[in-house]
Write a protein that binds this ligand. Structure first.
Ligand code: BGC
Length: 753
C-alpha cells in the first residue's frame, strides 16, 4: 500500500467519505485502483462467529464452526493474564485460518447489575481485573496480525431500551469505574479498534460524544486507532465524524457518504476531519494487510486449550467436609441429575454465540473417568419450561436416595441470558430450587453444579448443600473440565469475577435498575460490586474474588515500601496442603486519609501462582502513583494524596490475610484559593495559614469577640468559608472594606512568590 498521505491526496472526497463506512455487514470497502484492500471483521467475545455470508447478520442460525472458549464472566474468573494472552494468540491464529482480519471483542463493560443481559460477555465488576485481562488478550491477538475491537465504549450496562437510554454518570464515577478498564487496555495494549456502544452517555450518543471520543479517548489517552460504531449505532453521521467516530458499521450507508460530501461542500464539515478518519482506517488496513512474518502452521490444539481455559475458570464456591473431590474408589453408585449434564449450557445468546467445533458432555466425561467402577444413573431433573413438575422432583429424589452421592447440574435456562434483553431474576427457576431441596432431604452427599453467565442467588438452597461448583458458561471444553474437577484430576483455581449477593435486592443498583423515559441515573456512583458491599457492611453470599481450592495456602511477610515514587509490595505464599494447586493472590488498596469518598478497598494488582505441596513463593508487585489516585473533578485529573494508605493482601476481597500501612509521599498537591475557600483549606498549607492568622489578628484588634484558631474553633468553623467567618466576626472592623476585599487581598498575598 502507498503511504497514507499519498493515498489521501489521490482519493476523491467521495472515496474518502465512502471508506468511512463498511461495504456490507462484515467488510470494509476496498479500492482496487488505489491498491487498498478490504478487511473482514467478525464477532466475538468467546470465539469467532463468522457468518456464512458477508451479507447476513446470522445471529440466530448456525455459523462457520469455530472454537468456543469460556464466555467473559467465566474467563474473567480465571484471573489468569497468561491464559488470556494464550487464548488471544490462539484466536489470532484461528482467525487467520478463517480469514478474519479484525475480531469484535473483548467486551469489558462493568457489571452494574447482575441482571445485565450481556453480563456473560463481560469480564468483571472491577476495572483492574477487566483491564488487565483485556490487555493480555489484545496483546496476544494482535501479535498474530489480527486486530481487536474493545467494546462497548461506554456505559452500556443493560439491554433494556439501550438505544434510547442515556446513562447519566458523574465524571468521577465515569473515570474510576466505567472507563478505567478501557483506559488500561489502551495504554497497555493499544487495541487497533474500539467499538462505541448504542446508548447515550450524559445526553449524547456515544457514537457522537465529543467528550468521550475526543476529549478523553483521543486527547487524554492519546488513542490513534479506529473507532468503529456498534452495528447501526450511528445516528448523526456528521456529528459522529467530527467527534472521532471513524468507521460506520454495517455499510454501505450510501446516504451517509452523501451526507458527509454535502457537509464538506457546504462548509459545515472540514475536509480535514474526513481525512483524519479515512487516514486512520487506511492505517488499520496497512497494519493488517502488511506482509507479516511467515504464517506458521498452527500446532495449537484449540479444543484442548478450551478445556484448560474452562478448568481455570470454574469456581469452587463451597466444599463442606471436603465433599469434593469425589473418590471413584469409594463410590459405587452416583446419581447425576439435571439436563445440563447431558446438554450443557456453554455460552450465552446473541452476537457472541459461536457455533462450536465440538462440545464435551459432562455425563460422558464423568463416565470416561470412572469407567465401570461406578454405577452412574441419570434423571433429567427439570422440564424444558418454567413449570413445576412434582413427578420429576420425586423421581430425581428417589434416584438420589438410591445412590452414594448426587451431583445436580442446574442453572439459568438457555433463553434468559442473551443480548437484547436483561434477566428478570437471578434466582434459579422455582422447580430447580425445589429439586435441590428435595434431593438434599434424602441425600446428604450432594453437589450442585451451577451454570449461568451472571451472579446467581442461592439463599433458598445453598445452606442444605455441602458442595457447590459454579461452572459459568465455560465453552466447548467445560464438560471435561467439570468432570476433572469433580474427580480431583484438576484442582479448582477460579475466583469469582463478580459478587454473588444473597438476593437481588441487595445489589446497589436495585432502586434504579432500568431507568425511566430514556434516563438511567447511576446514583450508586463508585459503589458497584464489592465496593458497595464493603461500604454497606453487607455480607454477600459469595464475595468478589472468592474461590476454594482442594489445597490450602498461607500468606506471610508482607512488606510495602515507597521507592522512587512507586510502592514495592512483597509477601510470601505457601501451599500448606498436600496437593499441587494454584492461588489467585489479590492486592487491594485503601486511602486512609482522603477527605472524599473512597472505597474501603480497591483491587490494584493480582497474580495466579502455581505451588507444589510445601512450596513457597515470594510475590512482588509494583504499585504506581495512579494506583493510589482518585479522579479529582476540581482539577479534572487523577490525584494521589500524600498520606497513609492500607495495603491489604488476600485470597478474596473478604478473606484478607495480611495488612500493612504505608506512608506515601506524592508531593504537595497544587493549592489554590477562591472566594469561598474553607477555613480548613486556609489552614491546610503553612503560608496560607499564616496569612489567615495575620488577618484574624488584625480583625481581633477591632472586635470584641476574639477569634483564635484553636481546635474548638476549627472543629466548629472548619468547613465554613473563611470569608463567612470574617463576615460573621468582623462587622465592626469592616468599615471601609468588604469581606470580599479582605479575601481578595489574602489570595493576592498567597499568590505572590
Ligand atoms: C453487538 C456487538 C456486535 C455487533 C456485530 C451488535 O448487536 O452489540 O457487540 O459486535 O452487533 O454483530
Amino acid at each position: 500500500m502507498k503511504p497514507t498521505k499519498e493515498l489521501l491526496a489521490a482519493m476523491t472526497l467521495e472515496e474518502k467519505a465512502a471508506i468511512c463506512a463498511g461495504l456490507n455487514m462484515w467488510m470494509t470497502k476496498g479500492f482496487e485502483h488505489h491498491g487498498i484492500p478490504a478487511l473482514q471483521m467478525y464477532d466475538g467475545t468467546n470465539g469467532i462467529r463468522k457468518t456464512n455470508s458477508n451479507e447476513e447478520m446470522g445471529i440466530t442460525g448456525e455459523n462457520i464452526p469455530a472454537t468456543c472458549y469460556p464466555t467473559g464472566s467465566a474467563i474473567g474468573s480465571s484471573w489468569d493474564t497468561d491464559l488470556l494472552h494464550e487464548i488471544g494468540v490462539a484466536l489470532g491464529i484461528e482467525g487467520r485460518e478463517m480469514e478474519v482480519d479484525l475480531l469484535l471483542g473483548p467486551g469489558i463493560n462493568m457489571k452494574r447489575t447482575p441482571l445485565g443481559g450481556r453480563n456473560f460477555e463481560y469480564y468483571s465488576e472491577d476495572p483492574c481485573l477487566s483491564g488487565e485481562l483485556g490487555a493480555a488478550f489484545i496483546n496476544g491477538l494482535q501479535s498474530q496480525g489480527v486486530g481487536g475491537s474493545v467494546k462497548h465504549f461506554a456505559c452500556n450496562n443493560q439491554e433494556f431500551e439501550k438505544i434510547v437510554t442515556s446513562s447519566e454518570v458523574d465524571e468521577r464515577t465515569l473515570r474510576e469505574i466505567y472507563l478505567s478498564a478501557f483506559e488500561r487496555i489502551v495504554r497497555k495494549a493499544n487495541p487497533w479498534t474500539i467499538m462505541c456502544s448504542y446508548n447515550l452517555l450524559n445526553g449524547s450518543y456515544t457514537s457522537e460524544n465529543e467528550h468521550l471520543l475526543n476529549d478523553i479517548l483521543r486527547e487524554e489517552w492519546g488513542y490513534d486507532g479506529v473507532v468503529i460504531s456498534d452495528w447501526t449505532a450511528v445516528n448523526d453521521r456528521i456529528r459522529g465524524l467530527a467527534a472521532g467516530l471513524d468507521l460506520e458499521m454495517p455499510g454501505p450507508a450510501f446516504y451517509n457518504t452523501k451526507a458527509i460530501v454535502k457537509a464538506v461542500q457546504e462548509g459545515k464539515l472540514d475536509e480535514a476531519v474526513v481525512d483524519k478518519s479515512a487516514g486512520r482506517i487506511l492505517e488499520l488496513v496497512r497494519k493488517i494487510t502488511e506482509p507479516k512474518a511467515e504464517a506458521v502452521e498452527s500446532t495449537i490444539d484449540y479444543h484442548e486449550l478450551a478445556r484448560r481455559a474452562a478448568a481455570e475458570s470454574i469456581v469452587l464456591l463451597k466444599n463442606d467436609n471436603r465433599i469434593l473431590p469425589l473418590d471413584s474408589e469409594k463410590i459405587s453408585k452416583m446419581a447425576v441429575i439435571g439436563k445440563f449434564a447431558k446438554q450443557p449450557r456453554i455460552q450465552g445468546a446473541g452476537s457472541a454465540k459461536v457455533t462450536p467445533t465440538r462440545v464435551d458432555i459432562p455425563w460422558d466425561e464423568m463416565k470416561n473417568i470412572v469407567g465401570d467402577k461406578v454405577d452412574m444413573v441419570y434423571a433429567d431433573g427439570y422440564p424444558k419450561d418454567d413449570r413445576i413438575d412434582e413427578q420429576m422432583i420425586e423421581e430425581s429424589a428417589a434416584l438420589a436416595a438410591s445412590a452414594d452421592v448426587a451431583v445436580l447440574f442446574v442453572g439459568q435456562p438457555e433463553y434468559v441470558e442473551s443480548e437484547m434483553h436483561d434477566l428478570e431474576t437471578i434466582e434459579l427457576p422455582l422447580h430447580q430450587q425445589k429439586l435441590i431441596k428435595a434431593v438434599t432431604e434424602v441425600q446428604p452427599h450432594c453437589i450442585v453444579v451451577t451454570s449461568s453467565g451472571s451472579a446467581l442467588a442461592m439463599h433458598s438452597w445453598v445452606q442444605y448443600v455441602p458442595g457447590v461448583l459454579h461452572s459459568w458458561l465455560t465453552g466447548q471444553g467445560s464438560g471435561r473440565a467439570m468432570a476433572e474437577i469433580l474427580f480431583g484430576r484438576v484442582n479448582p483455581s477460579g475466583k469469582l469475577s463478580e459478587t454473588f449477593p444473597v438476593k437481588l435486592s441487595d445489589n446497589p443498583s436495585h432502586m434504579r435498575i432500568r431507568g425511566e423515559n430514556g434516563k438511567l441515573y447511576y446514583r450508586e456512583g463508585l459503589f458497584i460490586g464489592y465496593r458497595y458491599y464493603d461500604r454497606k457492611e453487607l455480607a454477600p453470599q459469595f464475595p468478589f474474588g472468592h474461590g476454594l481450592s482442594y489445597t490450602t495456602f498461607a500468606y506471610t511477610d508482607l512488606k510495602a515500601v515507597q521507592q522512587d515514587g512507586n510502592v514495592n509490595v512483597t509477601f510470601t505464599v505457601e501451599n500448606t496442603g498436600t496437593i499441587f494447586g494454584k492461588e489467585v493472590v489479590q492486592l487491594y488498596v485503601h486511602d486512609e486519609e482522603c477527605k472524599w469518598n473512597r472505597p474501603e478497598k480497591e483491587l490494584k494488582a493480582f497474580a495466579k501462582i502455581t505451588l507444589a505441596p510445601g512450596e513457597k513463593q515470594q510475590v512482588s508487585f509494583v504499585l504506581e502513583e495512579r494506583d493510589f489516585a482518585y479522579y479529582n473533578t476540581k482539577y479534572n485529573k487523577w490525584v494521589a494524596e500524600t498520606g497513609y494508605f492500607q495495603i491489604a493482601v488476600g485470597s478474596s476481597s473478604r478473606d484478607i490475610r495480611l495488612r500493612e500501612r504505608v506512608y506515601c509521599d506524592f508531593g504537595q498537591e497544587p493549592v489554590s484559593f477562591h472566594k469561598f475557600s474553607l477555613v480548613n483549606d486556609w489552614i491546610s498549607e503553612p503560608k496560607a495559614r499564616l496569612i489567615f492568622e495575620n488577618c484574624l489578628a488584625e480583625m481581633n484588634k477591632h472586635v470584641t469577640e476574639q477569634v483564635v484558631l484553636d481546635d474548638v474553633f476549627i472543629g466548629f468553623w472548619g468547613d465554613f468559608p473563611a470569608i463567612k467567618v470574617i463576615q460573621m466576626f468582623g462587622q465592626t472592623w469592616l468599615v471601609d472594606r468588604s469581606p470580599d476585599d479582605v479575601i481578595e487581598e489574602m489570595i493576592a498575598e498567597f499568590e505572590q512568590k
